[in-house]
Design a protein around this ligand. Structure first.
Ligand code: SF4
Length: 381
């Protein structure tokens, strides 16, 4: 197996699945695992990287973006952060100026962790704020007071990491139009170069998802805004962030000039990436694969010297083309009109419905199309 096509550098994704508490809506491959497992997990990550590079016949391949997500990577001990970053530099030729992002839960950046991140070369931090309104954060099991975000931002800037993203969720239980505006105003006032707005997606198998399906009221299920209210909150965010100087460049992502996430852009532009860790995904240009989502299965596979693969798919030219359309359309820059050859009927119908618009030789989602993006994408599959 070898990387095909592009001479593109890779992006690296490392999943760190440890969390302090499990948020009620979340069913990611993450959990409140014993801290003692962190050392085992870090060893398994390095084993996986070595086995993968051997399987792909790659020696110190070039890398230009790194992203540690989770979970909560900032729950790793400072020495674990340092050792992992050093191991990546041994195994990959990391470009000078590479973007190196780490996700953090507000309140998980004590000075020793912050120092380890800065020393490791981390130059971007994504803070999972979700809400600046304490009652909303508590309703989904998050305990940080809004002041923790501002303190983290101040400490990050003092450490030289000014490139910060703030994640917010539209549609949290107990969220109202007024409280949503409070969160948006606080995010703008915090003056981070990047803000992500996600419309609440409750995983069916999360605690909140099971409660919603059962029609119960635990986990504030009865206080989840309906779909129309969530859509209105998303539109409020788009308008308010535009007025504040944030340019929307993807369905969920807004940035001041130059603040766009280079790592996330590679997903939508189908540039190659290697993902390591629980439930991590990889893409070489012609193949995709995903890892086991259970911690025990992941650790057991690597202890036995096996790659923890769960699924693998060789892309046909038709699949690659479909991906290029629906991933590219996520970006406000859209896709070259010529790429839609053969889809003229769908294109005309979606344009007539006000979901797609053509301009300057490119086709992009309209604001309404961004709200109904899954319906648009389905027409190109
Ligand atoms: S939303 Fe993030 S912090 Fe909350 S449980 Fe899921 S991975 Fe952990």
């Amino acid at each position: 197996m070898s990387r095909d096509g592009a001479r593109d550098a890779f992006g690296l994704y490392l999943a760190v699945p440890f969390c302090r508490a499990k948020c009620s809506y979340c069913n990611f491959a993450s959990g409140v695992f014993p801290a003692a497992l962190q050392a085992d997990y870090c060893r398994a990550l390095l084993r996986e990287i070595d086995l993968t590079l051997a399987a792909l016949d790659l020696a110190r391949p070039p890398v230009d973006t790194i992203y540690w997500g989770g979970g909560t990577p900032t729950l790793l001990a400072p020495e674990q952060i340092a050792a992992l970053a050093a191991a990546l530099r041994e195994r990959f030729a990391i470009a000078p100026g590479a973007e190196f992002t780490v996700e953090a839960m507000p309140g998980t950046l004590p000075p020793a962790v912050l120092g380890a991140l800065a020393a490791a070369g981390v130059n971007r931090v994504s803070l999972g704020v979700q809400s600046f309104v304490e009652a909303e954060a508590r309703a989904v099991g998050r305990r940080q007071p809004p002041a923790a975000v501002l303190a983290d931002l101040a400490h990050l800037r003092a450490a030289g990491i000014a490139n910060v993203n703030l994640d917010l969720i539209a549609g949290l239980p107990r969220q109202t139009p007024a409280s949503w505006r409070t969160s948006l105003a606080a995010a703008v006032a915090a003056d981070a170069p990047h803000i992500s707005i996600y419309m609440l997606e409750v995983d069916d198998d999360s605690r909140l998802g099971r409660e919603l399906r059962a029609g119960g009221a635990r986990y504030h299920a009865a206080a989840v805004p309906d779909d129309d209210a969530i859509a209105e909150q998303y539109e409020t965010a788009c308008a308010l962030l535009a007025r504040a100087g944030y340019r929307q460049y993807e369905i969920s992502n807004f940035a001041r000039p130059g603040g766009e996430s280079r790592h996330n852009e590679r997903y939508w532009l189908r540039r190659p990436y290697l993902g390591f860790g629980l439930d991590a995904h990889s893409f070489t240009g012609s193949e995709r694969w995903g890892n086991a989502g259970g911690l025990d299965a992941y650790l057991a596979a690597l202890a036995a010297g096996r790659l923890p693969r769960r699924e693998r798919c060789a892309l046909t030219p038709r699949m690659a083309r479909e991906e290029a359309l629906f991933l590219g359309l996520r970006r406000n820059a859209g896709v070259a009109a010529a790429a839609f050859a053969g889809f003229e009927t769908a294109l005309a119908e979606l344009a007539a419905a006000g979901l797609l618009a053509a301009q300057g030789g490119r086709v992009a989602l309209t604001p309404r199309g961004r709200l109904l993006s899954n319906e648009v994408f389905a027409r190109f599959l």
